[in-house]
Design a protein around this ligand. Structure first.
Ligand code: SF4
Length: 392
């Protein structure tokens, strides 16, 4: 579990300067380097993040001469869309291509009058949680702040939700960092990206509407509470170290006792009223017994941490080693938690038909990529640096 901080390769000299993903200070430095006054930052920020404008020619509050300079030297980009799929239940999934060719998936899960955008923070993942298909795909690299923010902006483009609506009228109302990757292992880029999303003069996303989901990378939990104070979800998935270790290798380094202490600290810093979501994937015969549910109650009753549960019946993927429990046993599990006073809804899987449900991300795209790679190798065409996984 190395703390990989490698992001996208640097742009070649002379390439346009990507303005998305720069902090305000960095944007000011770019403007000054182009001979503009620092106060123009506010106007440009408004165009990029409030209006969602990508064409400098349309940024009419800026002088014509400055717009020409910007058009010649800079860009306001988005990740390229490889595919866009719509589920029968309204879930929309994009496969985005980053400038270096790497691909990630982003999902929008709509509710009646709102919806959450599930964003990826890494290409692949190093955590190898056994129930997660993303975890079978080796970590390639961290995403940059531009690539993280860009996923949300491209999702908004897709729904035409510009300029930034009021909170009450947003369809893309929430952000969950639950896509590919462990966000706390790409800490600097995630913090920078979330600060951009939360900036009140741009996308203006409230911190109450952003949730970071971690598998339990404790070293950055406290920092995250201090730096962002956004909502926390923890991939918990087992009430004992023995079971958790068998499905989440991270537990060997950061066992449940330490994780609980880190959660308590997070809540103390971010605010007691902010409940922590305990993500719990129900795996048949592994962690779904009534004894497991009772053990969870005992654990959290004793902890003093305000939590609510999110129960997720396992979403199968090709070759997965687990099975989905019967509906009745999921309900019985939920009842034990509910009777003890915990909110414990069973999440209805969304976007299963397009492999957009929890733990399924990049399944199809990775499969396609591997079969293309096989075809190139079979044809004797040199492949890129990718190597076929042993079990593919
Ligand atoms: S559940 Fe999250 S942390 Fe675990 S392997 Fe999947 S993407 Fe990585």
């Amino acid at each position: 579990m190395n703390e990989i901080q490698q992001t996208a390769p640097a742009e070649p000299a002379g390439a346009p300067i990507e303005l998305v993903g720069l902090s305000r200070d960095e944007l000011t430095a770019v403007l000054v380097s182009l001979g503009e006054k620092p106060f123009r930052t506010k106007q440009l920020w408004h165009w990029i993040y409030h209006q969602g404008e990508t064409d400098f020619a349309k940024m009419t509050t800026l002088s014509k001469a400055f717009r020409d300079v910007l058009a010649a030297r800079c860009t306001v980009g988005r990740p390229g869309i490889v595919t866009e799929q719509n589920s029968a239940d309204g879930t929309r999934k994009w496969l985005f291509r980053m400038p270096d060719g790497n691909q990630v998936e982003t999902v929008h899960i709509p509710e009646d009058d709102r919806g959450a955008v599930c964003i990826s923070t890494q290409v692949g993942c190093t955590m190898t949680c056994r129930f997660c298909h993303t975890g079978t795909q080796a970590l390639v690299r961290n995403l940059s702040a531009a690539e993280i923010v860009g996923q949300f902006m491209a999702a908004r483009d897709s729904y035409g939700e510009w300029p930034t609506p009021t909170d009450e009228t947003r369809h893309l109302s929430n952000v969950v960092l639950m896509g590919m990757g462990e966000p706390l292992l790409n800490y600097d880029a995630v913090v920078k990206a979330m600060r951009i999303l939360m900036d009140p003069e741009g996308i203006a996303m409230s911190k109450r509407r952003i949730t970071i989901s971690t598998s339990g990378y404790i070293p950055n939990m406290r920092r995250c509470a201090e730096d962002l104070g956004i909502k926390l979800a923890v991939s918990f998935h087992a009430p004992t170290d023995e079971v958790r270790e068998s499905i989440m290798p991270i537990n060997r380094k950061y066992p449940i006792k330490d994780l609980m202490a880190a959660m308590k600290e997070y809540q103390e810093i971010a605010g007691q009223r902010q409940y922590i979501t305990i993500e719990y994937i129900l795996l048949k015969g592994v962690n779904d017994s009534l004894d497991d549910a009772r053990e969870l109650v005992r654990l959290f009753d004793a902890s003093g941490i305000g939590v609510k549960f999110n129960l997720i019946p396992f979403n199968p993927w090709p070759g997965s080693p687990y099975e989905t429990p019967a509906v009745k046993s999921c309900q019985a599990f939920a009842e034990v938690l509910a009777n003890a006073g915990y909110a414990a809804p069973i999440r209805v899987p969304r976007g299963r038909d397009i492999l957009a449900a929890c733990g399924q991300l990049r399944s199809a795209s990775e499969k396609q990529r591997l079969s293309r790679m096989r075809a190139r190798i079979a044809a004797g065409i040199d492949d890129d640096a990718h190597v076929l996984p042993e079990n593919s």
